[in-house]
Design a protein around this ligand. Structure first.
Ligand code: MN
Length: 252
């Protein structure tokens, strides 16, 4: 199959290289990824600057386009300008750091897959829990088998999978859970500091997210050493509220 890889960590990131290494022998793999780290840019696109795409080679087997934009830019530019063939599937990652709960809203990794889903392409965003990732290779192997299942069984247009993998040896993984997105917020705070001219500045804190004790929730499943697989829709309409809103007295 034709697979397009992107990420939000930059084209030289080890998680993307692990996916490429896993897939390149058996598939046609294109890489269009940001030229620098773009984590937490969400689904932003570049409108007020030109985009540049440089051909880069990491080794004899790994050539790709490094784009001066976001993951969503990479998907658009790849599909409409750079690639000879429309991909059969888009993979975004592998991100070091879980993208569960409300992080799904901020994640550039997730947005790469979401952008592909907007155009009707099957897509998977993949992250591994933790920053010091020890095992991208097993995560890449799991991603390959999941990709084959997605292509075989299909996903509705506009829906993609957000996958999070525990950072443990594969033998210790408890299984897979088809999960839903958690909505617990961070215990958010900012660290307020003073610069040398006595003006205040702020660093966002990094408290962990708290998840309901519900094995169906993405972050809770991950903490129990399950791989969490959450289907995410591009259509953000709340259909329950839509029905109720329609009964509001709009004409009066
Ligand atoms: Mn990232």
């Amino acid at each position: 199959m034709n697979i397009l890889l992107t990420n939000d960590d930059g084209i030289f990131a080890p998680g993307l290289q692990a996916l490429h290494q896993r897939l390149a022998d058996r598939h046609t793999v294109d890489v269009v990824a940001p030229d620098q780290e773009r984590s937490a840019v969400g689904h932003g696109i570049t409108l007020h600057h030109p985009l540049r795409a440089s051909r880069v080679a990491l080794n004899a087997h790994f050539k790709g386009y490094a784009v001066s934009g976001t993951p969503a830019d990479c998907i658009k530019l790849g599909m409409f300008e750079l690639l000879a063939n429309r991909p059969d599937l888009v993979l975004s990652g592998i991100n070091p750091g879980a993208n569960v709960g409300i992080n799904v809203n901020y994640s550039g990794t997730v947005a790469g897959a979401k952008e592909a889903a907007l155009y009707g392409l099957p897509a998977i965003a993949v992250s591994v829990q933790g920053r010091d990732v020890v095992n991208f290779e097993d995560a890449a192997a799991f991603t390959e088998s999941l990709a084959e299942m997605v292509l075989h069984r299909g996903l509705p247009r506009g829906t993609f999978l957000n996958v999070n993998i525990p950072n443990v040896p594969f033998a210790e993984i408890a299984g897979t859970v088809v999960s839903r997105q958690g909505n617990g917020v961070f215990a958010d705070h900012f660290e307020k500091r003073r610069d040398p001219r006595n003006r205040a500045y702020f660093w966002p804190g990094s408290d962990p997210q708290v998840f309901a004790d519900d094995p169906d929730v993405d972050g809770a499943a991950l903490e129990d050493n399950f791989i969490s697989i959450t289907p995410i829709k591009c259509d953000m309409t709340d259909y329950d509220v839509l029905e109720r809103l329609r009964r509001w007295p709009w004409e009066s």
